[in-house]
Design a protein around this ligand. Sequence first.
Ligand code: SF4
Length: 97
Amino acid sequence: MSQFADGGLLASKPYAASGAYINRMSNYCSSCRFDVKQRTGPRACPFNALYWDFIARHRDAFRGHARMAQMVRTYDKFAPDEQRRIGESAARLLAGP
Ligand code: SF4
């Protein structure tokens, strides 16, 4: 999947993951201080807000993408308040400490 840096020429989708995928592919989450099931809030897994914010920011590119359109549709089902909290959490995380 590479990094999708070529805009999808070789990679079929961006190699980006939420906490759910990391949890499925590893055993890290069981001993983590963050809750992999939460998207926002003080105990939320940071990968969740970052992942969904990534989907939201690139929604125009992903909406017609065979492997990413479903993620856009999932994001669109989140309540507006949840979408706002995701954006705010991601901005805080990206700003750093
Ligand atoms: S930050 Fe914690 S909960 Fe989130 S993916 Fe990593 S180990 Fe799992």
